[in-house]
Design a protein around this ligand. Structure first.
Ligand code: FES
Length: 507
């Protein structure tokens, strides 16, 4: 292993120049459709709508493509680990078929857009594999190959790959793709603006009043009136349908290393073993490619992240030789309790609000699919797979019983249990770069000591629904285990659903 520890963040974000931020609106505005969130789901929706002649504004709290989309592994595939065998049991063969058709259509749509707009986003056609190294897992992989083929994908069971280590069996689906997600999304944003769409960055939406029109309020003080509103903020910043009961946040780590191009895998791999390992490579220049390895998923705020980064790095190093580690970052997504994203009308009574969330780590094909599905709904059409993804679908014990109960128990433990749990010792014990929840004057405070020894204290109660945050030392962030909000040491929001920062505390 290259012993030198590199700390560069997302390779995707490092290799684009997004230019100056698009400023917030200077006064109140009115549009046909307001899209909240400038990731792949939001921008795909906005772009499709603008192309069909709607007046659209995208409101992004940070920068376009800088959130989840800028931290993915950027695989565009309809093979989502072992989803088809699960779907044919829980949603029937037709459900699995619709899932395959919708995700495949999204990949074809992305290919069309790349070709039509001439986007230079390192697009590469590749096969996707779900593999098992251990004999005891082969039956699951074989069942997935059969279910995926039955659902209409060009899937087959194979026992060999180009990987430099042996596998016991794999599903292979050809005709999938990988690309540079930020180059793709920034080109889409540029084209959106060229076609008259409006883009506002640094504009956090903090309130929504549904009606005709709907009214959004922002942290910059301006209001946005819109006939239709799309909430595409990863975890919904508003939750009118109690979706939080059906979404579990999941954080995952990524390490990247250069290796000689002739030794790099050209296809995309994932195994559910060892808590999931995902592998792909990307062009890097100078006869090299960048190996990108993802894994070690955990609930935000609940793990020793440094130790997990070490484990992932060691795994990559044991499987590939001659690696020079260059980047590492983390990504976050939400799993829905039935493993199908929630895309469509926001809640049972909604007529003009839509949501896209719960992509379970497959947000690129899912986000592009959501763009087409929501655009159709806004125009009064219904895609054949709209029912599969409809957020208003009734929760079923068969589909999501165990997963639903587990998530509820976890949230209840953090919400109620955290109030009773003992907190860490004293502020004096904190090492530089560390953070802990301590009781000061009867209040639970989240206290951080920076590298120079300076202390900073904020409220330890997440501003979303009040769970207790914990400190992620490797990423220097306060994280909420309930629904995944993340905050900087000074309380600033790094990731929703929280829309208010943690309050400052004086200690
Ligand atoms: Fe919901 Fe913190 S994210 S309580």
């Amino acid at each position: 292993m290259n012993a030198e520890r590199e700390t560069r963040g997302s390779y995707w974000l490092e290799t684009v120049s997004p230019g100056d931020p698009a400023p917030p609106p200077s006064g109140d505005i009115a549009v046909d459709v307001a899209v909240v969130g400038g990731g792949v789901a939001g921008l795909s929706t906005a772009w499709e709508l603008v192309r069909r002649g709607h007046e659209v504004a995208v409101l992004e709290a940070d920068r376009i493509a800088a959130g989840v989309t800028g931290h993915t592994t950027a695989k565009l595939t309809a093979l989502h680990t072992l989803v088809y065998d699960h779907l044919r049991r829980t949603r029937g063969r037709e459900g699995a078929r619709l899932y395959a058709r919708s995700q495949s259509a999204a990949i074809r749509r992305a290919a069309e857009i790349v070709a039509d707009l001439g986007i230079d986003c390192e697009w590469e056609e590749a096969a996707a594999f779900t593999y098992a190294e251990q004999e005891q897992d082969v039956a699951r992989v074989r069942a997935e190959a059969e279910a995926a083929r039955e659902a209409g994908l060009p899937a087959e069971f194979v026992t060999g790959t180009e990987l430099p280590y042996s596998i016991a069996g794999a599903v292979r689906v050809t005709g999938q793709a990988q690309f540079h997600p930020c180059k793709y999304l920034l080109a889409l944003a540029e084209d959106l603006r060229r076609r008259g769409g409006a883009l506002y960055e640094g504009t956090r939406v903090v309130g929504l009043t549904e009606g005709e029109p709907c009214v959004l309020s922002t942290d910059t003080g301006v209001s946005v009136r819109a006939g239709e509103v799309v909430i595409a903020t990863h975890y919904p910043v508003f939750d009118r349908a109690l979706l939080f009961t059906r979404l579990s946040p999941r954080r995952e780590l990524v390490v990247a290393a250069t290796l000689d191009a002739d030794r790099a895998p050209r296809h995309m791999y994932i195994t559910p073993e060892q808590g999931t390992r995902s592998v792909r490579s990307a062009p890097f220049g100078d006869g090299k490619r960048l190996l990108i390895v993802t894994g070690e998923h955990f609930t935000p705020g609940s793990a020793d992240v440094e130790e997990r980064f070490d484990r992932l790095t060691a795994w990559a190093d044991s499987r590939f030789t001659g690696l020079t580690f260059t980047h590492r970052w983390a990504t976050q997504d939400n799993d829905s309790t039935d493993s199908v994203p929630l895309v469509g009308p926001f809640h049972p009574g909604s007529h003009h609000t839509y949501v896209a969330t719960g992509f379970g780590g497959w947000g690129l094909s899912g986000g592009i699919m959501a763009g087409g599905l929501i655009t159709d709904l806004v125009e009064g059409h219904t895609a054949e797979w709209a029912g599969l993804y409809d957020p208003r679908r009734v929760a079923s014990v068969v589909r999501e019983g165990t997963s639903f109960l587990k998530h509820q128990a976890q949230v209840a433990r953090h919400f109620v249990g955290d109030r009773l749990a003992p907190v860490a010792g004293s502020v004096e014990d904190l090492a530089p770069g560390d953070g802990a929840v301590v009781r000061v004057g009867g209040h639970q405070c989240a206290v951080h000591r920076d590298g120079s020894g300076r202390l900073q204290a904020v409220s330890a109660r997440c501003t979303h629904l009040g769970c207790l945050v914990s400190f992620n030392r490797a990423e220097q962030a306060w994280e909420c285990p309930c629904h995944g909000s993340r905050f900087a040491p000074d309380g600033r929001i790094l990731q929703g659903p929280a829309v208010r920062p943690l309050e400052m505390r004086h200690i």
